[in-house]
Ligand binder design. Structure first.
Ligand SMILES: *Cc1c(COP(=O)(O)O)cnc(C)c1O
Length: 232
């Protein structure tokens, strides 16, 4: 027996256990909220992890993957070209000058935060699903559109033909306590309702249950699936 095959098998077993636990948590939150778990997409967040981790998650049945950096994913993408039905979502901030590259690499961009960026994505000429990232906190480090600017931005993106607007995304301030995130999730849902948008990308490893209870249609889960990320 090759040692490598055993290591891969035990990694897969561990990941399968973590995935089962995540699915249970999703089911539990859906049951509390009177929702169907099929309404909630599990996006596996793979930043920092190698292409081999994405492949393992794929083997366990996951198809949607979230990456934060265009350049990082550009390095992994060639190794994943055979995973034809995998879908890659950009969930990190995107600079307009990288829009073209992002269109080539990703099926969806969740972090549109300006009309200029939407135009750049539109100009790539290929179909792309987009979400608008909304900044609901006052943290300096966070990106996203100001809620006051949303109506105009939504209108601009709705005018696009290639870029198809599916909803809103947000990242609340990090907190140990998932209940601290809940008001942000509720606020995002209220904004989406007023704008007639259905998709809500919100909730991460520690707070996705609260997000589902508040209406999330996409939860972005990294640590709970792949373990702790090494600091880069
Ligand atoms: C890293 C990241 C996640 C995943 O966070 P975990 O706490 O590891 O689940 C989700 N969303 C965004 C935008 C991220 O950058």
């Amino acid at each position: 027996m090759g040692g490598n095959a055993e290591v891969v098998a035990s990694n897969l077993g561990a990941m399968a256990g973590r995935l089962a636990r995540i699915r249970e948590r999703i089911e539990g939150a859906c049951a509390r909220a009177g929702r169907q778990s099929s309404e909630v997409q599990l996006l596996a967040v793979t930043k920092v992890f190698p292409a081999s981790s994405i492949r393992e998650a794929y083997e366990l049945g996951l198809r949607d993957f979230g990456e934060n950096y265009v350049q990082e994913f550009e390095g992994k993408a060639p190794e994943l070209a055979d995973l034809q039905d995998a879908r890659f979502h950009l969930i990190g901030h995107l600079q307009s000058n990288k829009a073209k590259k992002a269109c080539e690499l990703f099926h969806a961009v969740q972090t549109v935060d300006s009309a200029k960026l939407a135009r750049r994505l539109e100009d790539c000429g290929t179909p792309l699903e987009v979400m608008i990232e909304v900044k609901l906190s006052h943290e300096e480090s966070k990106h996203g559109a100001d809620p006051a600017d949303l109506p105009a931005l939504v209108e601009a993106v709705r005018g696009c033909r290639n870029a198809r607007l599916t909803g809103l995304m947000t990242v609340p301030p990090w907190s140990e306590n998932p209940e601290d995130s809940r008001p942000y999730f509720a606020q995002l849902r209220g904004l989406a309702e007023r704008l007639g948008l259905r998709g809500l990308s919100m909730g991460m490893s520690n707070d996705f249950e609260a997000a589902i209870e508040e209406g999330a249609t996409c939860v972005r889960v990294g640590t709970a699936l792949f373990g702790r990320r090494k600091k880069v």
